[in-house]
Design a protein around this ligand. Structure first.
Ligand SMILES: Cc1ncc(COP(=O)(O)O)c(C=O)c1O
Length: 475
């Protein structure tokens, strides 16, 4: 109940900012011009399905920032100085993006060049069978001499989809046909397409807390309202989820139940079936994002939630880009044709199909003997790297729950460390990590960080973690 009260307060805070940004965006797009009257508080509240007091608060702030002015007993009007005062310089009239929420905090951090790269939850390229892969590329071109001259269909290469159907049957006993699959350029594109198709501005959606921050940025850009669900080492509080579904009627629940990013937690098998039942009961589409299914250390994870779906309330995103061949960026979206069809249309609008070359290379490589050896090697290498970080962190007072798979440690640091300053100083010393705050839909997890041990080699890992710990001791 405490959790629920917290998320409601925070949702309201976000809502008022969203209403503010909504009006600013309309003015910037020229839909509302100087001296035009803003929609009445009642009308906007109705349109955005939010409380009138939330709109009132947004309008007051617009007034305070001199973006609008008030005419006594008449309403709010666009301030004539709005456009001028908001442009950086008269001479630099750059185009204005229509979305006030366009940001990708994770990508910004990852793009900073550093030596000790702990913000990339990606495999060290040296761990990939690079030589073998390049030989394979030649082989694939021999099989399909016209490959470079051919587009894929928007839904994806039929041969690859047929192969993935038999793969799902063999490995998960899930029966699919080619029409149940869509190939996308990575899991990231799949989340984006799902958001475009299933989320409208101001819709309530369930998200885990914490979660994959780029997904939050995608949903935020669409104007979604987050209802957060805590994820624990032993899964979710299902009674809480049911209460939230009943109260908010969310359109989707975006979840990452297997080696969850950033915590590494895995939702147990016993909860998986019940989640599908809840989804069916409350008509909430579960978006099961499974980006590193095979990156377990000792035991394979439970079967996907998708395997329990009988009524079409789960969309399964199985990305192979992280650990098979990141350069190919292949993800398979699986679901009922009623879900796959609109997503295929969205995909055709976005890029008309993932490059066929990537799909064919992936198909033949993933079907090869070599891939199994590669995955076995990766699992061992990752576990060793995880253990190195854990050894270096022993005795620091930082806390974490050791993951059973995946690329990340989710670390709680002492609250006395000023996180922003710590991150900036780390970057100056060529070390980067992901601040927990950007993974939190409520933006409160200030003392947490995600440290990825997958991208740098063992020596760099040891040295970088030592430096990071030494730096933290200054605070
Ligand atoms: C949970 C999750 N979903 C999706 C993605 C994006 O995957 P891809 O590289 O296939 O676009 C990532 C990447 O880190 C991730 O961790």
């Amino acid at each position: 109940m405490i959790l629920h009260t917290q998320s409601w307060t925070d949702t309201n805070k976000l809502l008022f900012k969203q209403a503010y940004a909504h009006i600013v965006a309309r003015i910037e797009r020229g839909e509302l011009k100087a001296h035009d009257k803003l929609p009445s508080i009642r009308m906007l509240a109705q349109e955005l399905q939010i409380h009138r007091l939330t709109v009132f608060r947004a309008y007051q702030l617009l007034k305070e920032h001199e973006k609008v002015y008030v005419k006594e007993k008449s309403g709010y009007y666009v301030h004539p100085g709005f456009m001028e005062s908001d442009l950086p310089e008269q001479t630099d009239r750059s185009p204005v993006p229509s979305s006030g929420f366009l940001s990708n905090a994770l990508s910004e951090i990852q793009q900073i060049p550093v030596i000790y790269q702990f913000s990339q939850s990606l495999i060290d390229p040296n761990l990939l069978p690079n030589l073998f892969l390049s030989e394979y590329v030649k082989k694939v071109f021999d099989i399909y001499p016209k490959l470079m001259g051919t587009y894929s269909t928007a839904q994806g290469d039929e041969e690859l989809r047929a192969f993935l159907c038999s793969y799902m049957k063999q490995h998960h006993r899930i029966e699919l046909t080619e029409s149940d699959l869509l190939i996308t350029t990575g899991g990231q594109q799949a989340i984006d397409l799902i958001c475009r198709v299933y989320v409208r501005s101001m819709d309530h959606i369930l998200v885990e807390r914490p979660t994959y921050s780029a997904a939050l940025d995608i949903f935020r850009q669409q104007g979604a309202r987050f209802i957060s669900v805590d994820i624990h080492p032993d899964g979710y509080d299902l009674a809480n989820i049911e209460m939230l579904m009943k109260q908010y009627r969310p359109r989707i629940f975006y979840m990452n139940p297997t080696f969850h990013n950033p915590t590494g937690f895995t939702v147990p098998a016993a909860q998986r079936k019940q989640l599908v039942e809840l989804a069916e009961r409350y008509r909430c589409l579960l978006i099961e994002d499974d980006a590193i299914h095979e990156m377990y250390f000792d035991q394979p994870p439970p079967e996907p939630i998708f395997s329990y779906d009988t009524d079409g309330w789960v969309v399964y995103l199985r990305s192979f880009s992280k650990y098979v061949a990141p350069g190919l960026r292949i993800c398979a979206v699986m679901g009922r044709p009623s879900v796959i069809k609109p997503l295929t249309t969205a995909k055709s609008l976005a890029d008309n199909g993932t490059p066929l070359v990537n799909q064919k290379i992936f198909l033949h490589y993933f079907d090869s003997e070599r891939i199994r050896t590669h995955l076995d090697k990766l699992r061992i290498a990752l576990q060793i790297r995880k253990e190195i970080v854990e050894q270096e962190l022993a005795g620091t007072g930082w806390t974490w729950i050791s993951p059973k798979g995946g690329f990340n440690l989710w670390l709680k640091l002492p609250e006395s460390i000023p996180m922003e300053e710590f991150l900036n100083e780390s970057i100056r010393q060529s070390i980067s990590f992901v601040p927990g705050l950007i993974c939190d839909p409520l933006r409160e997890m200030r003392s947490w960080i995600r440290l990825s041990y997958s991208f740098v080699n063992e020596d760099q890992l040891r040295e970088g973690v030592r430096r990071l710990v030494a730096l933290s001791r200054k605070y």
